[in-house]
Ligand binder design. Structure first.
Ligand SMILES: Cc1cc2nc3c(=O)[nH]c(=O)nc-3n(C[C@H](O)[C@H](O)[C@H](O)COP(=O)(O)OP(=O)(O)OC[C@H]3O[C@@H](n4cnc5c(N)ncnc54)[C@H](O)[C@@H]3O)c2cc1C
Length: 348
């Protein structure tokens, strides 16, 4: 019997999962079609690093994606990697780095599976999946057919995609990435100020893929953002909240030192800016290590964006702390934080 606590990195919910875990891609596709045809609710889970399930569990079957396989196709200076959904994302980055391939070195250490990566267009330290994603193989819920969709059909944006928004319904079977072969030469430019500082280079400079990967891993570890069984700060979903995107005129009323970054324009051409959720939380008085009285859930001791399980926490304790954070930030700044994590049976 597997509990949701065992299936997810936050490690909450002792309810057992009615689990089906097919061994290969064909069996996975068959299982998915069967679940869709049955017409009952079901849940797809892979690494469980972006999912929190209620203490009551989930009333339906749970399809776990753990299919393996990597194909490589060389195309001049570029390399296409066609990867099964259940492969580990961070292991894939390590393999690419070992093979002298560039494009995902700053995405090192992000937990979870390759198949979930397009769902929220994973990103970190100046890179995001959209930069290298060629296409995905999607088993469509409506037709039961597996189709290849190009990256530009997926409406990829900041921590979002057509999959996450429910505009495409289906199961990601494979992901195809286009990376650049650099061998011993410098890799992708460093696109994040803190990373450039850690590497001792100017923003935009190119460094070796291994060098950039290692610097990212060190920075992530210092923030509890790489899974480590000995570090309770990593018992989380990483960032629990997304950085809010607001109209520029709204942001004018925020304190001058509140970080803000250009985020394009909305459908009506109004300018948007992205705010820092970590800054808003901290400046609303919710600091690192904050826990509600008697609760075993706490803000990470290294980072205000992560809600962590300090040992034996319930999903409800995580949810209560999340609601507290949302309430404090609304009260202080009038900004509503939205969860980045996939919450099952939990209202925040
Ligand atoms: C310590 C830590 C640090 C993190 N840092 C980052 C970061 O820097 N950047 C970032 O973007 N994210 C980060 N995350 C979040 C998380 O790692 C990513 O969102 C990851 O892609 C989730 O993968 P998973 O396999 O664990 O997904 P799960 O939690 O298993 O699933 C997430 C969602 O994807 C769906 N899904 C899973 N597999 C498939 C599939 N094959 N087809 C269709 N839908 C599917 C699920 O139904 C669910 O809705 C972090 C998490 C942790 C714990």
């Amino acid at each position: 019997m597997t509990t949701f606590a065992e299936l997810t990195t936050t490690g909450v919910s002792r309810a057992t999962a009615d689990l089906v875990e097919p061994a290969d891609r064909e069996a996975l596709a068959d299982a998915y079609r069967g679940l869709v045809d049955a017409g009952e609710p079901f849940l797809v889970i892979a690494g469980g690093s972006n999912t929190v399930v209620a203490d009551e569990g989930f009333a339906g079957r749970v399809l776990r994606v753990s299919t393996r396989g990597i194909e490589r196709e060389d195309d001049g200076d570029e390399v296409l990697l066609r990867v099964d959904a259940g492969e580990s994302w961070s292991a894939l980055v390590d393999r690419a780095v070992d093979d002298g391939l560039s494009g995902i070195e700053a995405l090192a250490g992000i937990p979870g599976s390759v198949g979930a990566a397009p769902v929220q267009n994973i990103g970190a330290y100046g890179q995001e999946l959209a930069d290298v994603l060629e296409r995905i193989e999607l088993l469509e819920a409506d037709t039961g057919e597996a189709v290849w969709l190009d990256a530009d059909e997926l409406g990829l944006g900041y921590r979002t995609s057509s999959l996450k928004r429910g505009e495409h319904r289906g199961l990601v079977l494979r992901v195809e990435l286009r990376l650049r072969r650099v061998d011993g030469e410098a890799g992708a430019p460093v696109q994040y100020a803190q990373l450039a500082k850690a590497l001792g280079v100017e923003l935009g400079a190119r460094v070796g893929v291994r060098e950039q990967r290692d610097a990212v891993l060190a920075l992530r570890a210092s923030k509890g953002m790489v899974l480590d069984a000995d570090d309770p700060d990593t018992r989380s979903t990483g960032s629990f909240f997304m950085n809010p995107i607001v109209h520029r005129e709204f942001a004018i009323d925020l304190p001058a030192d509140a970080p803000r970054f250009d985020a394009g324009v909305d459908d009506e051409g109004r300018e948007l800016v992205k705010l820092s959720a970590a800054w808003l939380i901290d400046h609303a008085g919710v600091h690192r290590g904050t826990a509600l009285p008697g609760s075993r859930a706490a803000i990470s001791s290294k980072h205000t964006l992560a809600i962590t399980n300090r040992g034996g926490a319930t999903a409800e304790e995580v949810a209560q702390l999340a609601r507290f954070v949302v309430a404090r930030v609304v009260q202080e700044f009038g900004v509503i934080l939205r969860p980045e994590a996939n919450l099952i049976g939990i209202e925040v």
